[in-house]
Design a protein around this ligand. Structure first.
Ligand SMILES: NC(=O)c1ccc[n+]([C@@H]2O[C@H](COP(=O)([O-])OP(=O)(O)OC[C@H]3O[C@@H](n4cnc5c(N)ncnc54)[C@H](OP(=O)(O)O)[C@@H]3O)[C@@H](O)[C@H]2O)c1
Length: 255
């Protein structure tokens, strides 16, 4: 038996029109799953789904949805069930960081936006997906993409760091509460991954050098390098793993 096989599974991946989410969606489809992918821009998410469907016909459903809106999660789960009949895996990946600077300079709009999308949005997807998994009665997998910034303070990213620490505790609380329903809830804490989201870091030569010099692997990651952790946490291979935070950072947090 291939423990990493996702045949007949249905996975939701938020923020999957590019970057880490898109790479995870491709990895899940390659492992046999159907995927429901989201993003704010319908143009971008439609294009990402079309690229998957070109190689794997009918295996990706795009939904334009804003992760910070309370009703989005229910809509995404309802559409997943309408289109693919079930939900087995949900990956919270869509996140935002509109504030780069000292924490004392963060204003109410920064806090509201970051907590709405990164924390409350993650909770709403976990809630709607878990309720569907409980109705199905066959367990499931919730995966929250956190960050090493949730484990140690991210420089100039204070509100974001607080939000990612909250994601880690959300993961642990749900892992305890959903154990009896055979739903495993885990987090991934990526280090520095070269995507649009982290462009402010890697486009600044000084910052980029500081980060890669501190990383034992000596470089940033490609988004594809986060997919192994996601596949493990989405598959039967992780059936006795819950409440874990899987750090994928090239050793950065060890130094
Ligand atoms: N890159 C890194 O170094 C790094 C490190 C640690 C953790 N992470 C985490 O990894 C996750 C993915 O980051 P990434 O680097 O892959 O980012 P990215 O390349 O910028 O991709 C973000 C994706 O999320 C979508 N998105 C953004 N805001 C959204 C919202 N409010 N509602 C719905 N979709 C939204 C984007 O599409 P639209 O623009 O069309 O909405 C896009 O598909 C985030 O949780 C981030 O915190 C990243």
């Amino acid at each position: 038996m291939n423990q990493f096989d996702l045949s007949n599974k249905v996975a939701i991946v938020t923020g999957a029109s590019r970057g880490i989410g898109e790479a995870i969606a491709w990895a899940f489809v390659a492992a046999g799953a159907n995927v429901v992918i989201t993003g704010r821009s319908s143009e971008r998410v439609d294009a990402a789904a079309a690229a998957i469907n070109l190689i794997y016909p009918g295996r990706a459903l795009p939904i334009a949805a804003h992760a910070g809106e309370p009703d989005s999660a229910k809509t995404i789960v309802d559409q997943a069930v309408t289109y693919y009949d079930r939900v087995d895996i949900a990956v919270n990946n869509a996140a935002t960081n509109p504030h780069f600077g000292p924490l004392l300079e963060a204003g109410p709009s920064h806090w509201d936006k970051i907590l709405d999308v990164n924390v409350k949005g993650y909770f709403y997807v976990c809630q709607a997906a878990a309720q569907q998994m409980i109705r199905q009665g066959q367990g499931g997998k919730l995966i929250n993409v956190a960050s090493i910034a949730g484990l140690e303070p991210g420089p100039m990213m204070g509100v974001y760091s607080v939000s990612k620490a909250a994601v880690i505790m959300l993961t642990k609380v749900l892992a305890v509460e959903l154990g009896k329903d055979h739903i495993q809830v885990n987090a991934i804490a990526p280090g520095f991954v070269k995507t649009k989201f982290s462009a402010a870091l890697w486009q600044n030569a000084t910052l980029a050098k500081g980060l890669t010099d501190r990383t034992p692997a000596g470089r940033m990651a490609d988004a594809k390098e986060i997919t192994g952790a996601a596949l493990y946490l989405a598959s039967a291979a992780s059936d006795f793993t819950t409440g874990a935070v899987l750090t994928v950072d090239g050793g950065y947090t060890l130094t």
